[in-house]
Structure formats: C-alpha cells, structure tokens
Design a protein around this ligand. Structure first.
Ligand SMILES: [Zn+2]
Length: 281
C-alpha cells in the first residue's frame, strides 16, 4: 500500500517536473534573456503589394531562423492576396514565440509633397491623419497592433515628436540620426543613454543604410567595432534586389548565426527585451 502511494507521488513529481521544464524551455529563450553577442535588427522598407522579392526575403528570414522588421506603406497594400499574405506571415513565430516578421508603420502613402515628405514640411494635422490612417489600417485590415514606426525617407520634424505622443501603442521609433535630430525625451536611444525597464519609448538609430542593392563589404569588416554597440540596425530595400543581393543577404545571416556572432531581434522584440519582458503578446 505504502509502496503504491510512494510510486504514485513519484509519478506525480516526475510529471510536474517535466511540465515545468517544458514550459520553462518553451516560454523562455536563453539567447533572448541574455544575449552575449551583437543584437542585429533588420529594417526592410517599403512593403506594399507582396511581390516575389518580398516573398523571397521573408522565406530566407524564416528558413534561416532569423527575424526582421518590415515597414509597410499602408496605402500601397491594395489586393486581398497581399492582405492575406501579410496576415499569414504575421502569425509565423520564432522559437521564443516572438514574430518572425514584425510589420511596422512606414507612413500612409510615402508620397512627397511640395518642399517636403510625409513627415517633414507638413503640419500637425497632416502628420496625425497619416499616422492614424496607417495605425487603423494595421488594426482593422491586418489585425495587428503596430508598435513601431519609421518615417519615409527617414525624414521627420519636431512636429512628428508631438504627433507620436498621441499614439501610446507606438513604442519604437527607428530613425537615421544623420538626417533626423529628434532626440528629445521621452524617447531614449541605448546608443546614448541607458534604457530602463520603466521607459516606454525607444529610439533606434540606423547604422547601415542600403537603398538599392545589398552588399556585405561594410558590415563584416566592421563587426568588431559593432560589438561595442548595444545594437545595430541594417536598413534594406529588398524590392530593389537582384540575385546577387539575395545571395549577399543569405551570407550576412550566416555570418551572424555562425559562432553566434549576432542575435537577430525585431524592433519591438528589442524593446520588450530591454524592458526584461521576454514573453511575446
Ligand atoms: Zn521608404
């Protein structure tokens, strides 16, 4: 009788231990909790319709176990096929449950206006309406809450800072500091000062900008230098890529993955990591 009871409690203990272990392993990703290598954020711009180049880019990222952020120009997503494809891709998950692809707000129409761009040289009302239309498109048509932003042409003004204040769900602002000087509080860039878990606005500076084809001749030789930084962002335009650019892109992912030289994160994932919140929503 005693023996039976002991066997049952032993079974129960083994079951509990297994359940806890499985949950711990699947809920946490050790590379996310404590990455010892360089944090690499891929920023791919200008998605509208999901043309072949986009499908190939997403496939490479997914197949290689990396992740990336893709900036959507909401007005340019015109067909049901593209809507369905973006929704499908947004459900792909990394082993740590964060999305493989984080779609983010790259403006409503990306159109240039007289003496300016969508978020530079335009007034508060214009910028607010454009940002809101895009955020609403994410929510209503893509069924995604969009947490990150990056302006068309990397051009913004102090007005953009005021507009973004109205969108509490946007926690990450990706910018190119050589052109954009919006460094005011409450936005904090870990390149400049420490981001505390209580902060809610993360500003990220672009380190490498590729407008057309993609090459690795600057990135790889600069790796040791980059290791001194808390993160790097690589801006890409996959719609302009030829076969060689795609090959270079694969080689870059391989370079960071090999010997764990880099850990890929999406912009919002990096924000959650800095807040020590490792569980994806
Ligand atoms: Zn763009």
């Amino acid at each position: 009788m005693k023996k039976q009871k002991f066997a049952k409690s032993k079974q129960l203990l083994i079951f509990l231990f297994t359940a806890i272990s499985v949950c711990f392993i699947s809920c946490m990703d050790s590379s996310l909790a404590e990455p010892k290598s360089l944090i690499v954020i891929l920023k791919a711009d200008d998605l509208g319709e999901t043309y072949d180049n986009w499908n190939e880019f997403i496939k490479i990222v997914n197949d290689s176990g990396a992740c990336a952020g893709i900036g959507i120009i909401s007005k340019n997503v015109k067909t049901q096929t593209s809507l369905n494809e973006i929704r499908r891709v947004s459900a792909l998950r990394q082993s740590n449950f964060f999305p493989v692809i984080e779609f983010w707000n790259h403006g409503w129409d990306h159109e240039d206006i007289a003496n300016g761009t969508e978020f530079k040289g335009t007034d508060f009302k214009y910028q607010f309406e454009h940002l809101k239309k895009a955020q609403d498109f994410f929510k209503d048509s893509l069924h995604i809450i969009c947490h990150s932003f990056g302006a068309p042409h990397n051009r913004t003004s102090p007005i953009t800072l005021k507009v973004l204040e109205k969108f509490k769900e946007i926690h990450v602002w990706q910018l190119f500091r050589k052109i954009e000087n919006e460094t005011n509080k409450p936005w904090i860039d870990p390149d400049i000062s420490a981001f505390k878990p209580s902060n809610n606005r993360l500003m990220l500076n672009i380190d490498y900008l590729y407008l057309y084809d993609f090459k690795i001749d600057r990135i790889i030789p600069n790796y040791k230098n980059d290791l001194k930084k808390p993160y790097i962002i690589i801006q890409l335009h996959p719609m302009n890529w030829d076969t060689q650019s795609f090959e270079n892109f694969k080689e870059m992912i391989h370079f960071y993955k090999e010997k764990r030289r880099g850990v890929f994160m999406t912009p919002y994932q990096y924000y959650k990591y800095l807040k020590k919140d490792y569980i994806s929503e």
